[in-house]
Design a protein around this ligand. Structure first.
Ligand SMILES: Nc1ncnc2c1ncn2[C@@H]1O[C@H](COP(=O)(O)OP(=O)(O)OP(=O)(O)O)[C@@H](O)[C@H]1O
Ligand SMILES: Nc1ncnc2c1ncn2[C@@H]1O[C@H](COP(=O)(O)OP(=O)(O)OP(=O)(O)O)[C@@H](O)[C@H]1O
Ligand SMILES: [Mg+2]
Ligand SMILES: [Mg+2]
Lengths: 257, 257
């Protein structure tokens, strides 16, 4: 499954799904074979990639329960080299059902390890806005975590909670878990608060913060209503260009560019 | 505790905390005695009202565990007639500990019913971005649910899931639960997608949608960094005026104005 990246932040609405969908599409256009695992019962990444949830034969819930294999459930999206393991609301039941399992933190990792199909260069896991079992499973299965950080006061407040959770996971569940980077989202350098948050993040996290910021751009919020990554909705937009640049930075960090 | 309103939506970042804090402050300025119950472990409503979480003697977690009474834990904020039952990260542990209790959905309702202190006209409960035990407890304890709806594609997608959860709660847990209203947040009538979402919401929910929309307004995102509702940060701003108007509409719906 190549490098596995969990896109996580328990603060809601910071751009986890937007980053997962658009970074995945950008990596794919740069000739990486990419799988998006939608691990949020809201299923936003699934619909943001144009997949009709009601028409699905199986979803990741069926794979977790052993009713379907990953190879059978993965769908090719309409976009170059981009594949999806879709989510439906059923996934919400998995979080309750996992609670009693001994290996409840490693259920996703076990499923991903069994994959026998054509290899991927990258797997991106979109997480729900919580530090519950679904997000913990994603962090347990990942090589690195990508942290979308909205440049606003409440989002910054939650960051220390996320960092301590990542440390805890590294200590008890997944010693390999690294921080792949911090993506500044909905940033607006004309706004004083946004500049302050960016400055604080760069002071504290240094080079882990991607050079490229993602500005607030209406094309990014329009694209999902057409079921497309922004690259395929308006490639010249600042949103599309920002995620292409972040994809290039990521490939350089992984020495693949 | 007067009328109890749960401010809920499992979609992240739609303005739950911003609506709780600013609607509460607006109702208080209109001479209602208001309690904010922060039921999100992120504790954004607590810090948005200027309460320093690290200096707290007790929080709502202690009240749920029976280690402290509500009357002892409620704090007066710096703002007229506005009180807070604060949250810390400890509340995240409560969600795990509640799971085995027989009356796990009614733990908050039991605590609120025991309150013997000075009466409130309104109690607003800020919920986390999930439909887990914390939100279910808030819906079980509430007279009505207020739904902040961000006028964006992903937010609209999640609405049907929220509505079916409310119906389920009404059937099995809290037959009194009504819908107090839908607040359109971060709305921008110049943006086609935003107008479409507003139109769909008004067509589907009719009069339940507040007439007054909350426009995107930078003062709303700045105010929490000063620990103040926007009313006390910049009363002339469109954000402050919008929440004042929503408070008036709410009082009219409850025949208190
Ligand atoms: N840079 C941006 N510019 C404008 N709109 C954006 C941007 N990034 C995200 N959005 C919009 O903001 C909203 C929140 O983003 P998104 O849903 O990706 O966040 P999330 O962290 O995945 O939310 P949740 O916590 O619910 O999973 C969405 O409607 C999205 O379209
Ligand atoms: N009308 C608005 N105009 C501008 N910014 C806003 C507006 N409403 C909310 N915000 C900002 O958007 C972000 C998300 O809002 P908020 O935190 O209130 O949402 P939430 O639903 O409580 O999020 P969570 O799901 O994490 O609890 C915050 O940084 C907030 O300051
Ligand atoms: Mg999301
Ligand atoms: Mg909130």
């Amino acid at each position: 499954l190549g490098k596995i990246l969990a896109v996580a932040n328990q603060k809601g609405g910071v751009g986890k799904t937007t980053t997962t969908v658009n970074l995945a599409a950008s990596l794919a256009i740069l000739e990486q074979r990419v799988l998006v695992v939608d691990f949020d019962p809201q299923g936003n990444a699934t619909s943001g990639l144009g997949i009709e949830k009601t028409a699905l034969a199986a979803s990741n819930y069926d794979v977790l329960c052993g009713q379907a294999t990953m190879a059978d459930t993965i769908l090719a999206s309409n976009f170059h080299k981009l594949y999806v393991l879709p989510a439906t609301i059923d996934l919400a039941a998995a979080e309750v059902e996992m609670a009693d399992e001994v290996k409840r933190h490693h259920l996703l990792a076990a499923v991903l390890n069994q994959y026998q199909g054509e290899p991927f260069d990258y797997t991106l896991i979109d997480c729900p806005p919580a530090l519950g079992l679904l997000t913990l499973n994603a962090l347990a299965a990942a090589d690195q975590v990508l942290i979308p950080l909205q440049t606003e006061f409440y989002a910054l407040e939650g960051l220390s909670q996320l960092i301590s959770t990542i440390r805890r996971i590294r200590k008890h569940i997944n010693p390999q878990l690294g921080v792949g980077g911090i993506v500044l989202t909905m940033a607006d350098r004309r706004n004083k608060l946004s500049r302050q948050v960016e400055e604080e993040a760069r002071n504290y996290f240094g080079k882990q913060v991607f050079q490229q910021i993602v500005p607030r751009n209406v094309r990014l919020s329009e694209a999902p209503s057409f079921g497309k990554p922004v690259l395929y909705h308006d490639v010249k937009s600042t949103g599309a260009q920002a995620y292409l640049e972040i994809a290039r930075e990521l490939l350089q960090r992984h020495e693949r560019l």
